[in-house]
Design a protein around this ligand. Sequence first.
Ligand SMILES: Cc1ncc(COP(=O)(O)O)c(C=O)c1O
Length: 451
Amino acid sequence: MTAILERFEELHPNSLRLHRRAADVFPNGVTHDIRYFTPFPLYMERAQGSRKWDVDGNEIIDFVMGHGALLLGHNERSVQAAVAAQLQHGTHYGASHEAEIEWGLRVKQLIPSAESLRFTSSGTEATMMAVRLARGYTGRSTVVRFSQNFHGWNDIMVGAPDREGVHPHAFGIPDESLANVVVVPQNDPETLRQTLKEEDVAAVILEPTGAHFGEIPLDPAMLPLLRETTTAAGAVLIFDEVITGFRASPGGVQAATGITPDLTTMAKILAGGLPGGAVAGSREIVSLIEFGAGDRGEFGSRIPHPGTYNANPLSAAAGVAALDRVATGEPHRHANALSRDLVVRLNDVLRAAGAAGCAYAHTSMFHIVLGAECPAPVDGFDWDWQGRPGDRVPRTAADVVWALRRGMLNERVDLMGSGGMVSSAHSQEDIDHTVQAFERTILQIQNEGLL
Ligand SMILES: Cc1ncc(COP(=O)(O)O)c(C=O)c1O
């Protein structure tokens, strides 16, 4: 057994005990794909601010941050108070309530494309609804998405059918469900133009910072091009801002870049760490949900939208409190500055260790590549996209990612994959600790011959 693995098992006996129980209950013993961990995942007991504590008493600096939902950190005071107050009044009225209006108004104030919106229970539901609205609105079927961009797990968002109609990577999904999905490289203007010309495209959907919240960065020149070409083709442009909404800026990527999509999908920070999503956009499109819409539209009936937990009072209360903090821009200033410091110093560590790789970030979302040559980061921080078309981003080998994650957990730092999210609750001390933890972990990975 490697030294990193041995230490991991030594530090986490109670997690191993719980995992043995869970293995009999859940596939792989986990309840979300990205919580899958070998040799076993850690079990948490509580969380506060930038930290969480596991069942073995380890105090861990958290960069998973509720899978990106917690821009304000764990248990932020105003969110906690709002949820506690709402609990006194009930968790579900099965009826309309004022907090949902307050919540919706804040989304409208922050997100430029949001003339009208509907709340959903998750990001997956939001992307499903956005595509349905686009197809209903245009009367067309084809959906274009960018390779490796993630939009949840509904049928048409999984797998990668190629231009010849072969769908090799969508186990459990009939080919017919993917027949109208075209996946194109994200940084390839020509293929995009060609696809919009050849196909009757209802919608183009993308993560507007690039696949996996910028792990494969989108060439910034693609956004204006997307706006221009989708408008010309009569296709609906959908920004999936489930992660970037309220994080890339208070108004998401669209407020930061001035490029306004027709529809936007949101979740995570939207609901302050509680379950919730939304689809927002032009009133003309979103109003296809309205009763009576079928009488107006050219293409048939309205689009139904039930959902037991849509705009539930607890999520609404948390969302209102969180978006009030988001609106100040202060959480972003703090988190972005720490993210920049972290990334610059992680690159220093790699350079000093003579290890191939790099760290880079977009605002508070950071990524680490190990064991591969990277293009020079601009200002030690972001990628230089000049002359780098296509999606060729260096990848870290899977065994190195595991070694990194286990090694960092041994040092009491939890990464999300090989990157993470900085929150407004993180401190300079957290960043200093993380850099030192990284330095020690890189050395161990090198000692194990993986780097
Ligand atoms: C960009 C993006 N879209 C959609 C989703 C799906 O959201 P949910 O997990 O709430 O269904 C995610 C989840 O991480 C996401 O990152």
